[in-house]
Design a protein around this ligand. Structure first.
Ligand code: G3D
Length: 173
C-alpha cells in the first residue's frame, strides 16, 4: 500500500455492492475516460488531483460478497467513505442499505463523513436521490456528516463535483 498511504493526501474509501460502478468511476476520475472493467479483485487505487492544492487518495476495495470482510482492513486512516449505489436497481437497495450500515458500524469510522453517490443517473429508470436516501436510511446517520449526490460514472457526470464535496466534508468534520 506504500506510497499512496504515506503521502499527505486524505484517504478516501470507495465502497458499494458489486456492479454499483466503483471501478468505472475510479477509472473515469483518474483518466477522464471510461474503461473496460472486470469484477474487482483486491483493490484499485489512485490519487485524484482536484486542483493544484487539493488531492485525495481513492481506494476501490471491491464490493463482491467474498470481498466484503476485507473492507475493514482499509479503514485505518480513512477520512471519508464514498458509498456508490446503483440507483437504477431497486432490487438491491436493501442489500446496499445493510452493507452500508455494517461498514459504518466499525469503530474506526466513527464520525467519518459519508458521501453517497447515486450512480447510473443516465438510465431512465434511475431513482431520485431522495428515494435512494430513504432506501438507504441516510436520515438515521445523525452522528456524522453525510451527503448524497447523483452521478453517472459512465458519462463522467457529477464526479468532479462530488469529490470536491467530499473534500469539503473532510475539512468540516
Ligand atoms: P463495480 O466496480 O462496482 O463492481 P463496475 O462496478 O464499475 O464494474 O460497473 C458495473 C457495470 O455497470 C458495468 O457494466 C459498467 O459499465 C456499468 N456502469 C457503471 N457506471 C455506470 C453508469 O453511470 N451508467 C450506466 N448506464 N452504467 C454504468 P457491464 O455491462 O460492463 O457489466
Amino acid at each position: 500500500m506504500g506510497q499512496a498511504r504515506s503521502s499527505n493526501c486524505p484517504q478516501v474509501i470507495l465502497m458499494g455492492l458489486d456492479s454499483a460502478g466503483k471501478s468505472t468511476l475510479l477509472a473515469r476520475l483518474l483518466t477522464g475516460q471510461a474503461m473496460e472493467t472486470s469484477p474487482t479483485v483486491g483493490f484499485n487505487v489512485g490519487t485524484l488531483d482536484l486542483d493544484k492544492k487539493t488531492a485525495l487518495t481513492v481506494w476501490d476495495v471491491g464490493g463482491q460478497k467474498s470481498m466484503r470482510p476485507n473492507w475493514r482492513f482499509y479503514l485505518d486512516d480513512c477520512k471519508a467513505v464514498v458509498f456508490v449505489v446503483d440507483s437504477s436497481d431497486p432490487s438491491r437497495m436493501v442489500e446496499a442499505q445493510k452493507a452500508l450500515k455494517k461498514v459504518l458500524s466499525d469503530e474506526r469510522l466513527r464520525g467519518v463523513p459519508l458521501m453517497v453517490l447515486a450512480n447510473k443517473k443516465d438510465l431512465p429508470n434511475s431513482m431520485t436521490i431522495r428515494e435512494v436516501s430513504k432506501q438507504l436510511d441516510l436520515p438515521t446517520y445523525s452522528d456524522r456528516l453525510w451527503e448524497i449526490q447523483a452521478c453517472s460514472a459512465l458519462q463522467g457526470l457529477g464526479l468532479q463535483q462530488a469529490f470536491m464535496s467530499v473534500h469539503k466534508l473532510i475539512k468540516r468534520s
